[in-house]
Design a protein around this ligand. Structure first.
Ligand SMILES: Cc1cc2nc3c(=O)[nH]c(=O)nc-3n(C[C@H](O)[C@H](O)[C@H](O)COP(=O)(O)O)c2cc1C
Length: 223
């Protein structure tokens, strides 16, 4: 069965190029209120969304790009990927990379081309809205679960309002730099960034589409 609600979920995809059209503050507030309707354990509603703009955003992106180009490395506030990555997950990662770089016509061996695209993470893909998502340090793992739901709520809410988005986990590689740049306390864990705005329909990168594994790979019936 398909209806406008299922269509919304099906249509959402990560968007990595945006029109310069600004997002009115009231619309951004609406998206964030929709995100906050996500359920959370005991309704604790963990986490914060910080819009980074103007000179602050410029300086943050510049510092991130400089650190990344210099090959600087920091410990992340939380481990995202299993280490080592099991082969089955590695295959999915490669599939996502193929979709992205394939849409851009960047060959696997083209390290410079890949690096150029990766660097765009640190510029929030030039989206009109750049968000930083943080979680208080003393939250347990449940906080990440709740925040994930809020993030998806944000993405679907944005989609329903004609906006597009992309989560940016790459930012979590530089938590200390980000805290320093934004004057955040040590207790603010850097979870990810989010790019938000009106999709550029003509950008090749936005033609990238990922697939999902088969139902029987993640669902089974017992009893
Ligand atoms: C928590 C999270 C972090 C992500 N980080 C990045 C990122 O740093 N850079 C990027 O280009 N895409 C990032 N993505 C987008 C994923 O690659 C994308 O969601 C996945 O490949 C599935 O594609 P889809 O969103 O188009 O359905 C992230 C997504 C999530 C949920």
């Amino acid at each position: 069965m398909t209806n406008k609600h299922t269509q919304l979920v099906t249509d959402r995809h990560s968007t990595r190029a945006y029109l310069p059209t600004p997002v009115p503050p009231e619309l951004l507030h609406q998206v964030l209120r929709l995100a906050r309707l996500a359920p959370s354990g005991a309704n604790l509603q963990p986490g914060n969304f910080i819009a980074v703009q103007g000179a602050t955003r410029q300086a943050l992106s510049q510092a991130l790009v400089t650190a990344w180009r210099a090959g600087e490395q920091e410990g992340e506030d939380y481990a995202y990927f299993p280490d080592p990555l099991p082969m089955q997950l590695r295959k999915r990662q490669v599939g996502a990379a193929r979709a992205l770089y394939g849409a851009l016509g960047i060959e696997r061996a083209d390290e410079a081309g890949r690096a150029q695209q990766f660097e765009r993470n640190f510029r929030f893909f030039e989206a009109p809205v750049a968000l930083l998502v943080t979680l208080e340090q003393d939250f347990g793992n449940g906080g990440y679960m709740d925040l994930g739901m809020a993030l998806y709520g944000l993405m679907l809410g944005a989609e329903a309002l004609g906006l597009s988005s992309c989560a940016i986990g790459a930012l979590a590689s530089f938590p200390r730099l980000i805290r320093n740049q934004l004057g955040l306390p040590d207790s603010s864990q850097i979870v990810c960034g989010v790019a938000l705005g009106y999709a550029d329909p003509n950008a090749p990168v936005n033609q990238a589409r990922t697939t999902r594994c088969e139902l029987d790979e993640y669902f089974r019936v017992l009893g």
